[in-house]
Design a protein around this ligand. Structure first.
Ligand SMILES: [Zn+2]
Length: 701
């Protein structure tokens, strides 16, 4: 899922509407469909054996009424240590069945700015019949003859997004079962991820999906809540689509075969080691294909968005380059980008295995350009983000219900790195007049208000849409946490640690504990950030406790905030006054014979938030030389004394490493009576920074 844009960003989008329609680019030569779903083992290595099912899906689309007659034949393996007597099924489409589903109640028919008005048609999935087939060897024959096995009881839960199949006999550990599930899916008129809009059909979360069986034999299956996303096991899919002949289709996996059969088109799709299968169909789709590093990139766009496919392609290429290096090779042979047509924006910005929906690039009209407004954020950021989910969710299929930050937050962190590698670390995403917002500014913005409402590490249901903050906390505070840690320990070291995590847990369901343990193991429990005073070994090393840092950032709402309390320049104590001499007689020293006392500077720094993390302190002296010290910030207040010096100004966290810090304007202070030689005075600089923040950030979702 993409970011919830701030009101200000949405306003910018509205301002930017209304440019004249650019030309539709000619499609480059078509890159052939890959023959297999996975890239070769010489590229991606040996995959872990974590496959839980083989699924065969048959789906016949009645485009006039937007209904799918479906059949799921599922061979499901019990990989747990316990016998299984029931199988829960997710029925996500039922979220859109009525006003009183858990999902609709929470959102009241609004999702990411798109409203479900009463005129929009409902959607549902109706399980018609569940049977257990005869043993595997007899299965094909039974299907062919039209007979099927034993009918099983199926009931929906109180909330219709969950149901359960009761088995007539348990599946033993290591055993398997063949299920045959007939269902009808009525697509809703799209406003949240899935459904139809005119001839466009986005078919996501459309078939009954089993829960995830944990190793101890307990099921993970969740009612579809407003903020929760999806959690499923890995398996192989063969999907047979029966469609009107004019439909152009994008789907998970690769197209093995297509037959035009009178009035219908029949397609056979195949996908290996994926946890979901989604598809989109529209007769207006134009197809643009490209190749990158042996991966076929396929974009499907209706004519009004075709002008932007090259921008999305460049973003996709950049995302592949950075993420393959950081997290290992992308394992599948293809990636498909769906551009939802106008009117179907609610389908945009959603990830599925080897396929995602993106969002439109704004067309900035000339009046906005004249006043200096430009942006390279819209649309392409969605492509970077949704592709990022191929790693954080597609490969590392964490339980998004219980720990959404593992997916959305880690992905958002990785997106910033993609943009920084593409455009440079300080590159702007949004520019208005002389003000610029970088990827880091965008992430930091979240930390200012909403991030203090709730901790990061909690389940999706705990984020009430009325309270808000889900996007700021789960997406951006997580990203700010990881960027801060990366800045502190060093980029290369951090990227190595995360690569270890990604490779170790690919095609599994890592938890937050797995990620944190991997970081602590690879980075070290404590990391020396250097001597408190680089010139004085006696000051000892200041260390960062990685586990403590993560614990504070993820499980508390402590505020990270430091400030320069004061700078005092005065003379060192002199020797005037009465002292006893060697004979014990009191003698007055009137100063006439001694040197005047040297100057001495004292800097007081303060930790004003509860979050403890070492901070760099940059001290610039009156002669314009500087030193940098590291302050542990264990205590609330720290003093740094500089005999013989006068301090001109002090800056905390001068390199901007602490993206988690809520208030940065007080990190800089000029000593009383000191004139600043370079650039703006402190006050003016603060004003400029405040202006930039006010222009771009600090607004609720
Ligand atoms: Zn997302």
């Amino acid at each position: 899922m993409p970011f919830a844009t701030s009101r200000r960003l949405r306003l910018a989008a509205i301002l930017a509407l209304g440019g004249c329609a650019p030309e539709v680019p000619a499609a480059p030569p078509r890159i052939a469909e890959p023959a297999v779903g996975l890239r070769g083992p010489e590229t991606i290595g040996r995959l872990p054996d974590t496959k839980v099912f083989d699924a065969t899906l048959h789906a016949r689309l009645d485009e006039a009424v937007h209904r799918i007659d479906g059949r799921l034949q599922l061979r499901w393996h019990n990989r747990s240590a316990a016998a299984v007597d029931h199988i829960p099924l997710h029925l996500y489409m039922n979220a859109f069945r009525a006003e009183d589903t858990a999902w609709m109640e929470a959102g009241r028919g609004r999702h990411r700015g798109v409203e479900r008005d009463d005129a929009r048609a409902w959607g549902y999935v109706d399980v018609r019949r569940v049977t257990r087939n005869a043993p595997a060897d007899a299965r094909a024959a039974a299907l062919e003859s039209g007979t099927s096995g034993i009918e099983l009881a199926f009931v929906e839960d109180d909330d219709p997004t969950l149901g359960r199949i009761d088995l007539d006999r348990p599946v033993a550990p290591g055993g398997s079962i063949d299920l045959d599930i007939e269902f009808v899916t009525q697509l809703p008129e799209v406003f949240a991820r899935t459904g139809w809009s005119g001839p466009f059909h986005m078919v996501g979360q459309w078939y009954p999906k089993p829960g995830v069986l944990l190793a101890d034999g307990t099921w993970k299956a969740h009612v579809f809540h407003f903020h929760s996303e999806f959690f499923s096991d890995f398996g192989d899919f063969d999907v047979h689509l029966d469609l009107p002949p004019q439909m152009i289709v994008g789907a998970t996996g690769v197209l093995l075969d297509e037959v035009l059969d009178g009035e219908r088109k029949r397609q056979h799709w195949h996908a290996d080691m994926v946890h979901d299968f989604a598809w989109a169909a529209d007769p207006r789709f134009l197809e643009y294909t490209a190749e990158h590093d042996g991966i076929r990139i396929r974009q499907l766009a209706t004519p009004e968005h075709a002008w932007s496919v090259d921008a999305h392609l460049q973003a996709q290429r950049a995302a592949l380059d950075t993420m393959q290096r950081n997290y290992g090779q992308y394992p599948w042979s293809t990636i498909t980008i769906i551009h939802p047509p106008k009117g179907a924006e609610g389908a945009g910005g959603m990830e599925y295995p080897t396929l995602f929906t993106t969002s439109a690039v704004w067309q900035v009209p000339w009046p906005a350009r004249v006043v200096g407004f430009s942006e390279r954020f819209s649309g392409v950021f969605t492509t970077v983000h949704e592709f990022g989910h191929q790693y954080f969710q597609g490969l590392l299929a964490s339980d998004e219900f219980s720990q959404p930050w593992l997916d959305e937050g880690m992905n958002t962190f990785s997106n910033v790195l993609v943009l920084e590698e593409r455009d440079g670390p300080d590159a702007w995403l949004l520019r208005a007049g002389g003000l610029e917002m970088s990827g880091r500014d965008f992430v930091r913005a979240a930390v200012r208000d909403n991030a203090l409402l709730q901790p990061v590490d909690q389940d999706a249901e705990s984020f009430d849409p009325v309270v808000g903050g889900y996007g700021d906390i789960v997406y951006r505070k997580t990203a700010a946490t990881m960027l801060t840690l990366r800045n502190l320990v060093g980029a290369e070291r951090f990227d190595d640690a995360l690569r270890t995590y990604a490779l170790r847990y690919r095609f599994t369901h890592p938890t937050g504990a797995d990620l944190e343990a991997t970081l602590v193991e690879t980075l070290g429990q404590t990391i020396s950030l250097g001597q408190a005073d680089a010139d004085d070994p006696s000051t000892g090393a200041v260390t960062l406790d990685v586990g403590e840092f993560l614990d504070q950032a993820l499980r508390t709402t402590r505020e990270l905030d430091v400030r320069v309390h004061s700078i005092v320049n005065r003379d060192a104590a002199g020797e005037r006054g009465w002292h006893r001499n060697e004979s014990g007689v009191l003698i007055e020293d009137d100063g006439s014979e001694s040197e005047p006392p040297p100057p001495e500077a004292t800097v007081v720094v303060q930790r004003s938030g509860e979050f403890v993390v070492p901070v760099e302190v940059e001290i610039t002296f009156a002669d314009d030389t500087s030193v940098t010290r590291i302050w542990s910030a264990r205590r609330r207040v720290g003093t740094l004394v500089f005999p013989g010096r006068r301090v001109a100004r002090v800056r905390l966290d001068p390199a901007g490493k602490l993206l988690l810090e809520s208030h940065r304007l007080d990190n800089h202070r000029v000593a009383p009576g000191m004139r600043v030689k370079d650039g703006l005075s402190g006050g003016l600089a603060n004003l400029a920074e405040a202006g930039a923040w006010a222009a771009f950030v600090g607004f609720g979702p």
